[in-house]
Design a binder for this molecule. Structure first.
Ligand SMILES: Nc1ncnc2c1ncn2[C@@H]1O[C@H](COP(=O)(O)OP(=O)(O)OP(=O)(O)O)[C@@H](O)[C@H]1O
Ligand SMILES: [Mg+2]
Length: 353
């Protein structure tokens, strides 16, 4: 059973007065077999958290459980995990086969078992025809597959991935993403996957953990995190282009922002200082719409077009169909949003209201 339980996990680098706390009490329950993605900006503590699960960093506070047993004091080799890094670090002088077999040889597994496990991993990863090659004779994507093969042959309870795709070009990244999904369907092993790329997070995750500054902002399915972001941080981080966020003051069904007062389709959840969130695809051009938008810039992306414009003093983004006749730069158009697509956040804390 490869469930993972994080209970009030803390991490500080250094000691005493010089201690720098980077993880501030993280709680998460990950059931056996789940594919969970940890996503957040650079420096938010993703790798630190993963390395604590792996046993490569001491745990300053709290408990980590893997498969029902507490692992705080266990060495990495005793935790029954396998890790795949961004830097795949294959042995250059060994063949693909030997790179995958190496850990099992060290563990003194019988030869026939090693052969069977390597062949199975090679089949899953479609590396069968490359087993005799050296790493330098492989593409970046193939090398990354060998690194995954090395993890698979160990048959761990948990896979840990730290940005394994970030050395690959965009096309290969997309392709390898699909392979990782397939791999997970086939093996069903609990996986913790770290990335700073929200598209990668959205496409791979069964559930995602959004982190910011050593804390969890939200845990949920991609649909939950995208559809009901728990904070302005999540709203601005997940989604591209990000959610429009307008700071203002609500009084009933009117919302005063810099440079304009917007009539709302329904009363705000409360009066006072709030932040209004609007996804670019949920704002529509509508000649009868209540809000003015002064068009500043257009971007044609093919299937869709982005319209950038000023709503009062705030630059907002709209996403419209590429086949629609776009407004002209400099023109002021009317826009509209449905009540169910308005997100409200507390102005001070940034938390959803
Ligand atoms: N060995 C270390 N000693 C001291 N501070 C460290 C050490 N490793 C990481 N940190 C600090 O801990 C914080 C979290 O770092 P971490 O590497 O976990 O971030 P990350 O979310 O993985 O970022 P990235 O997306 O850039 O990889 C950062 O502020 C970093 O400077
Ligand atoms: Mg990192």
């Amino acid at each position: 059973m490869g469930s993972i339980s994080l209970r009030k996990v803390e991490k500080a680098y250094g000691h005493g007065a010089k201690a720098n706390k980077v993880i501030h009490g993280v709680d998460a329950e990950i059931p056996d077999g789940e594919f969970i993605v940890i996503v957040g900006p650079s420096g938010c503590g993703k790798s630190t958290l993963l390395r604590m699960v792996a046993g490569l960093e001491d745990i300053t506070g709290g408990e980590i459980h893997i498969g029902g047993r507490i692992v705080n004091q266990l060495e990495p080799a005793e935790r029954d995990i396998a890790m795949v890094f961004q830097n795949y670090a294959l042995y250059p002088h060994m063949s693909v086969y030997d790179n995958m077999a190496y850990g099992l040889k060290i563990a003194k597994k019988p030869k026939a078992e090693i052969e069977a496990r390597v062949q199975k991993a090679a089949r899953i990863l479609e590396l069968g025809s490359l087993l005799a090659r050296k790493p330098r004779e492989l593409s970046g994507g193939q090398r990354q597959r060998v690194a995954m093969g090395r993890a698979i042959v160990r048959q761990p309870q948990v896979f840990l991935f730290d940005e394994p795709l970030s050395n690959l070009d965009a096309k290969l990244r997309a392709q390898t993403r699909l392979e990782i999904q397939k791999l997970h369907r086939e093996l069903g092993v609990t996986s913790l996957f770290v990335t700073h790329d929200q598209v990668e997070a959205m496409t791979l995750a069964e559930r995602m953990i959004v982190m910011n500054g050593g804390r969890i902002e939200q845990i949920g399915t991609p649909e939950q995190v995208y559809g009901t972001p728990a904070s302005t941080f999540v709203a601005g981080f997940i989604g591209s282009p990000p959610m429009n966020l307008l700071a203002g003051t609500a009084t009933g069904a009117s919302f005063a922002v810099a440079g304009a007062t917007l009539a709302l389709p329904a009363a705000a959840p409360r009066d006072g200082a709030l932040t209004l969130g609007l996804r670019p695809e949920h704002v529509a051009l509508d000649p009868a719409g209540p809000w003015p938008l002064q068009v500043e810039m257009l971007e044609m992306l093919g299937a869709e077009r982005l319209v950038y414009g000023l709503l009062g003093g705030t630059l907002c983004t709209l996403r419209i169909e590429g086949t629609l006749v776009p407004p002209k730069v400099g023109e002021t158009v009317r826009i509209n949003a449905e009540p169910r697509h308005l997100h409200w956040f507390d102005a001070a804390s940034g938390q959803r209201v």
